[in-house]
Design a binder for this molecule. Structure first.
Ligand code: IMP
Length: 199
């Protein structure tokens, strides 16, 4: 069995990844199994750099192949902000949404995209990165209780619902993470042997 550890403390993400990888013959381990894994400072300048920092640290610490993602929301009218600072834009999810809607007040261009970059590392070295995106608009008010983060104010193109209103299965099939993970899975299927690791 191939193992891969997902380097995130976000249990929402672990659940999403477990669901996305369930038919791949890859056993997903979470950092819960490595409680002393030190927090990695995300001081990269891009999603890819931050994903790489986390994947490299986890592959070294856990001694198994690791992948990590970095993701965020890029809003066209804000020149791509909050971008890599999406998690740090304001202290809580509710405040982040309030701040975003405040910045966009009266703004006609509501275009935005979620971006996710996944990095896979083995023995402390990045072997590949994959980018996924989903485009949509920022709604006027939050709608829906599902998902996390900016989900209640993001309505993907082609749908009437926000991510917050959608069934998780639907979000998980069209999200930025899903699109990045599809590319990563194709790579994992082709390169399965690199992930075979006994420990
Ligand atoms: P990360 O954990 O460093 O990737 O932080 C990404 C931040 O971007 C999260 O804390 C959320 O605020 C936001 N974000 C990323 N993906 C999603 C998503 O699927 N839905 C809503 N917000 C997201």
């Amino acid at each position: 069995m191939a193992y891969i550890v997902v380097a995130t403390q976000n249990e929402h993400k672990v659940d999403e990844y477990r669901e996305l990888l369930k038919d791949q013959g890859v056993e997903l381990r979470s950092l819960k199994e490595y409680p002393n894994f030190p927090e990695v400072e995300e001081n990269g300048k891009t999603f890819a750099e931050n994903a790489a920092l986390k994947a490299v640290a986890a592959s070294k610490y856990c001694d198994v192949p690791a992948f990590a993602d970095d993701s965020g929301l890029e809003v066209e009218a804000l020149d791509g902000r909050p971008g890599i600072y999406s998690a740090r834009y304001a202290p809580t999810s509710a405040e982040r949404i309030e701040k975003l809607l405040g910045e966009l007040e009266g703004c006609e261009n509501r275009r935005a995209r979620f971006v996710c970059v996944i990095a896979i590392a083995i023995n402390g070295e990045v072997i590949e990165t994959f980018e996924g995106e989903v485009k949509g608009v920022i709604t006027a008010i939050p709608r829906g209780e599902g998902g996390f983060g900016y989900d209640p104010v993001f309505q993907p193109d082609g749908y009437d619902q926000t991510f917050g209103e959608m069934a998780p299965e639907l979000k998980n099939s069209i999200s930025h993470r899903a699109n990045a993970v599809k590319k990563a899975v194709e790579f994992i299927e082709d390169e399965m042997s690199v992930l075979d690791s006994d420990f």
